[in-house]
Ligand binder design. Structure first.
Ligand SMILES: *Cc1c(COP(=O)(O)O)cnc(C)c1O
Length: 378
């Protein structure tokens, strides 16, 4: 059977050109001098998306590798770490920090709202003795973006480093790593970048490098040790053999982003139109603020269940949407409008299928999602 249209918030649809790039003949990435240049060139392209002069590295592993590598490389046993969280990924950072011996303090935000910068500042005025803070740009399960543009500069005022999970934001939401003074910013290949799952890439500030180099305790990992990469280019040496085919795919996907339209505006416009369509139809969004432009999370209508909606969408329309996990399991439906998914025609098809699905399942709606979407987008 034909694979369903992938409208999940990652992995996203991978363009034909990217798949072709992954099929290219390989070389020996440890020995072929040209590959070091190719890798560096791909990192330079990523710098343009990140808006940074900081070093960018591509690591062979899914986004979680980036989260863990940042924690492993910066945290020493006994370090105080502030975990700024209002969702599942934010909270998950605490576990990674603790694995590497941190003493973690959480700043808990409302799970349905963006982190409140004023409240965070009040918190920091009382307690700011932290080496670093972890935070999430876009909480993918709840569809909420946090104001990292304000939070990261605020942390700097207190001399606190930031590790920012931007896996589901970069390539869809604005990002200004240097201007916003972000220390480690990480992203994955399978969300808004729309390459195949398998790679993580991250930017590392000068200050973060210094901290890694001047640690007292050695980094308790090899695969997660970012400090090993310090002179990779000068020495033409990678800590392990690079996933060359994945990097070919990533490079092509990044080219598509850089040479294409104004992708941030496209995400803003489509994201807003999807949200308007849902609220106009009388359905309820999960977030109360900080609405993400890369993923929309809505509450499962009381007349039905996530399972019924999902089965119907798959069987009758061959479209894959997502639910969520942890405390949001069975409570929400998510539509990923990130990267290659974020085009009017794909959202039009998805919302039209949702209209039919909701009608069949007896969900009461005001008008049609697809029609409201079209009215908004025009
Ligand atoms: C997708 C994602 C990751 C990577 O996690 P997986 O569940 O393994 O795909 C990390 N952080 C965020 C915010 C994500 O959306």
């Amino acid at each position: 059977m034909k694979k369903p249209l992938l409208m999940t918030p990652g992995p996203t649809q991978v363009h034909e050109d990217v798949r072709q790039a992954m099929a290219k003949n390989i070389t020996n990435p440890d020995l072929d001098q040209d590959f070091f240049e190719y890798y560096k060139e791909t990192c330079n392209k990523l710098k343009k998306i990140f808006k940074t002069e900081n070093e960018v590295l591509i690591l062979s592993g899914e986004g979680i590798l980036g989260l863990e590598a940042a924690c492993a490389s910066l945290i020493e046993p006994g370090d105080r770490v502030l975990c700024i969280e209002n969702g599942i990924f934010g909270r998950g950072f605490k576990d990674f920090a603790e694995i590497y011996g941190a003493e973690v303090v959480c700043f808990e935000g409302d799970p349905r709202k963006a982190i409140d910068v004023k409240e965070l500042k009040e918190f920091l005025d009382k307690d700011n003795d932290f080496k670093l803070a972890t935070l999430v740009y876009c909480e993918t399960p709840s569809g909420i973006t946090n104001p990292v543009d304000e939070i990261c500069p605020l942390l700097k005022e207190y001399n606190i480093l930031s590790i920012v999970d931007s896996v589901s934001a970069i390539g869809g939401e604005p990002i200004e790593v240097d201007k916003w003074q972000m220390d480690i910013v990480l992203c994955g290949s399978q969300k808004c970048i729309s390459a195949a799952p398998g790679l993580t890439f991250l930017s590392i500030s000068e200050e973060a490098w210094n901290i890694m180099k001047n640690r007292k305790a050695p980094i308790a990992s090899f695969y997660c040790n970012l400090a090993l990469w310090e002179n990779w280019y000068e020495e033409k040496w990678f800590p392990y053999t690079q996933s060359i085919s994945d990097i070919y795919g990533l490079d092509c996907a990044v080219d598509r982003i850089l040479k294409g339209d104004n992708y941030i505006e496209r995400h803003r416009k489509n994201g807003e139109a999807v949200r308007k369509a849902i609220t106009k139809a009388g359905l309820e969004l999960y977030p109360l603020s900080g609405f993400s432009n890369t993923v929309t999370t809505m509450i499962v209508p009381e007349e039905t269940t996530f399972e019924e909606i999902n089965n119907h969408m798959l069987k009758e329309h061959n479209i894959m949407i997502a639910g969520a996990f942890d405390y949001l399991k069975d409570k929400v439906i998510r539509i990923g409008h990130m990267g290659e998914n974020c085009y009017e025609e794909k959202l039009y098809i998805t919302l039209k299928a949702l209209d039919e699905t909701f009608k069949t399942l007896g969900v009461e709606m005001k008008g049609s999602l697809q029609k409201h979407f079209v009215d908004e987008i025009d």
